[in-house]
Design a protein around this ligand. Structure first.
Ligand SMILES: Nc1ncnc2c1ncn2[C@@H]1O[C@H](COP(=O)(O)OP(=O)(O)OP(=O)(O)O)[C@@H](O)[C@H]1O
Ligand SMILES: [Mg+2]
Length: 243
């Protein structure tokens, strides 16, 4: 088993004190691992990601990054701990240029910024071509690439991605998923929320199913594929896509 990078234990968290959305949630992430979070609409997937990113009120439980408990760490301090968060929506600045977006996301002002941005342009040539365009001019896939580049430019060890393929054409979604795999192969650990169950199972090492703010089942992707669980995910709300 790989080293544990992140260990979420008995997490109870939400937006209003005394009215938690997540109840007693547990989750583990190893180094270089890809963990997928799936579940119906309103299950608490985004809330879980936001709780790790320090954006949600934690009432009980711990979020251990190695030996450090992240509970109470402010969202703007997360970069110091190597954590980057790619939100589900509004994940770029539409009125800034692509280059300005990356400069902001690099969260540093030393001479390394240009090198880091150059590395992103090597990874995403399309962003180099459009670096002086406003973020709002990008297509859905390009916007998602910029959002991921904005996470990577801060050189994280853990990336939290909320539905990186939502609303994208299948071919573009595939490109993003391949990119997620490439990033993990370089040793970066990734937690991502995905509506497409097949895609989640295909690229993740392990998958967690959330429903009504609780763990339904977790296990290796192989175990889930062999079981009946995936076939039975009609837990209310939106039906999960399986193709
Ligand atoms: N800012 C907020 N304030 C109060 N309640 C919220 C807030 N954001 C989400 N919720 C509630 O928390 C619950 C879980 O929402 P969450 O966004 O985590 O679900 P999700 O699994 O990500 O759903 P989706 O598949 O639609 O993205 C829902 O009942 C939602 O209404
Ligand atoms: Mg969500």
């Amino acid at each position: 088993m790989s080293d544990t990078v992140l260990n979420v234990q008995s997490l109870t968290a939400g937006y209003v004190p005394g009215l938690p959305i997540l109840h007693d949630v547990n989750m583990r992430l190893g180094r270089g691992e890809i963990v997928a979070v799936i579940g119906p609409n309103g299950a608490g997937k985004s809330t879980l990601i936001k709780a790790i990113a320090g954006l949600v009120l934690v009432e009980e439980g711990t979020i251990m990054l190695g030996a450090r408990n992240l509970v109470g760490i402010r969202p703007d301090e997360m970069a110091i701990f190597g954590i980057a968060y790619v939100p589900q929506t509004n994940n770029i600045f539409r009125t800034l240029t692509i280059r300005q977006n990356l400069m902001l996301a690099a969260k540093r002002s030393d001479g390394l910024v240009d090198d880091l941005i150059e590395r992103m342009f090597t990874l995403f040539e399309i962003l180099r071509d459009k670096q002086l365009d406003k973020g709002g001019k990008l297509s859905g896939g390009q916007r998602q690439m910029l959002a991921i580049a904005m996470a990577l430019v801060a050189e994280p060890t853990l990336i939290l991605m909320d539905e990186p393929t939502a609303g994208l054409a299948p071919k573009v979604a595939e490109e993003i998923l391949a990119l997620v795999q490439d990033i993990a192969e370089k040793g970066v650990s990734i937690i991502f929320v995905e509506q497409n169950v097949k895609a989640a199972l295909r690229i993740s090492n392990r998958t967690y199913i959330l429903a009504e703010g609780r763990n339904q089942i977790d296990g290796s992707t192989q175990e889930l594929m062999e079981g009946q669980v995936i076939k039975e995910i009609y837990l209310g709300g939106r039906r999960l896509e399986t193709s």
